[in-house]
Design a protein around this ligand. Structure first.
Ligand code: AMP
Ligand code: GLY
Length: 426
């Protein structure tokens, strides 16, 4: 099969790394890809949000299958346009991608189908939102309805903070159109967990649990990032917790989307709070998590590509995946200054010693090559150093051994990825 992966991050590198190893794959392309992805796929300079460009390439180069990595093109209808052009595609329609593209839509799905989530109201009027916040008190959570590059959520400890978040979104239009509508919801207490499943419109195949560390600083302090590291499985996801997620959240969500006339096909990434009264939905995402995808795919023993195809073909009921029992953990190496401003184009002088370690894979999240062919950092999150181990502690040890061998002057990482899981396991 001739296959195209859309995207340029660590998630897409892991997808390419996995797909390239499948005997079903005869040619692999990635648009636009990065310097690490170029080791596994032919990179083509088409932006991940350029729907017309991607469809044209897929037609002209006779792609048999396209895997769309990021949410923005999915929400904008890339999978619909590819399928209209007769190209088999992994990823939800724009209508189904509303699960991530509109927090209001996803909350209404939960409410209308009895799926546990925080109590909430939707607002298009700032005064009404503020009156509701005054009535409910703090802590309280204010969310922009639309896609806001992970920045649209304010967990407000005080009423004043929540009111300011309403003004920022609705008056100052910090998130543009994405903040024209708000969801204001109850604050949930508990431990966070991510859960992933392949879905074919009707059937869900649970993949694995994972946890990421969103804050830039050790001890989970400081500003939020896209994720500074992750591990899978997550010890908080006991068998009972997983079964409860499948029965009360995953399967009802898949059934709800079908009943709404927008069956979900692709990967469903459910962000959960494990509360005293059981798992509740924080949010849905319609794509693999990044860096969660990288740790999950390290654990898949089977050929993963047939799972992606079975999801696109509506045949997941016949599909089964085998997993390594080990834990995978990754540490994100980021450019100094991230998530604030940082230098671009700094040289990464040597990765060879780190990649030579057993059970270690380095996925590239933001790399390129300069005119001399030198590997350089092109983004905030740059490398995902990923290792397998018998448990979280061993995976952590191996990942940091590899991190120590990476020669990149301008990089930094957190030194405590996995601490919560290790606390739980010891
Ligand atoms: P989201 O972008 O919806 O995943 O929200 C970003 C982060 O805000 C989540 O990972 C949680 O840490 C936090 N969060 C969102 N909603 C709630 C809530 N209702 N209660 C507590 N924390 C929340
Ligand atoms: N790591 C969180 C996300 O991909 O949204």
């Amino acid at each position: 099969m001739r296959i195209l992966v859309v995207g340029s991050g660590g998630r897409e590198h892991a997808l390419c790394w996995s797909i390239a190893s499948s005997p079903l794959c005869s040619a692999l392309y990635c648009a636009p890809g990065n310097a690490g992805i170029a080791q596994d796929a032919t990179c083509v300079p088409i932006g991940a949000e350029d729907i017309a460009g991607i469809v044209k390439f897929a037609r002209e180069e006779a792609m048999d299958f396209v895997v769309v990595g990021p949410e923005a093109p999915l929400v904008a209808g890339m999978a619909d346009r590819l399928r209209d052009a007769g190209i088999k595609t992994f990823g939800p329609s724009a209508a189904a991608a509303r699960l991530e593209g509109s927090k209001g839509f996803s909350k209404d799905i939960c409410r209308n189908y009895g799926i546990p989530t925080a109590d909430y109201e939707r607002f298009t009027d700032a005064d009404a939102a503020k009156a509701y916040i005054q009535e409910k008190g703090a802590p309280i959570v204010v969310k922009a309805d639309g896609l806001a590059a992970g920045k649209g959520v304010t967990v407000a400890q005080t009423v004043e903070e929540a009111l300011a978040a309403v003004d920022a979104a609705m008056t100052d239009k910090t998130f543009g159109d994405a903040g024209a509508e708000l969801v204001v919801e109850e604050f949930m207490e508990g431990e966070e967990l991510s859960f992933f499943a392949l879905v074919d419109g009707e059937t869900a195949l649970p993949l694995a649990s994972a946890q990421d560390h969103k804050a830039v600083g050790e001890g989970d302090t400081g500003p939020n990032t896209g994720g500074m590291g992750a591990y899978s499985p997550a010890p908080v996801a006991t068998e009972a917790v997983e079964q409860s997620i499948i029965d009360t959240i995953l399967n009802p969500t898949v059934a709800a989307m079908k009943a709404e006339g927008c069956p979900f096909q692709g990967v469903l990434f459910i962000g959960l709070m494990i509360t005293a009264t059981g798992p509740k939905v924080i949010e849905y995402n319609v794509r693999f998590g990044d860096p969660e995808c990288q740790v999950m795919l390290m654990r898949v023993m089977s050929d993963f590509l047939p799972g992606l195809i079975a999801s696109a073909d509506g045949q997941l009921d016949r599909f089964h995946l085998r997993w390594y029992p080990e834990t995978a953990l990754n540490v994100v190496l980021a450019s100094k200054g991230y998530p604030g401003s940082y230098d671009k184009g700094t040289p990464i002088t040597d990765l060879s010693k780190a990649v030579a370690l057993e059970d270690v894979t380095i996925f590239h999240a933001g790399t390129g090559r300069d005119a001399e062919g030198q590997l350089t950092a092109t983004g905030g999150r740059v490398l995902n150093v990923t290792a397998l181990g018998a448990d979280t502690a061993e995976a952590q040890k191996r990942a940091y051994e590899a991190v120590d061998l990476v020669e990149w002057e301008n990089g930094f990482c957190r030194g405590d990825i996995g601490w919560r899981a290790i606390d739980r396991q010891t």
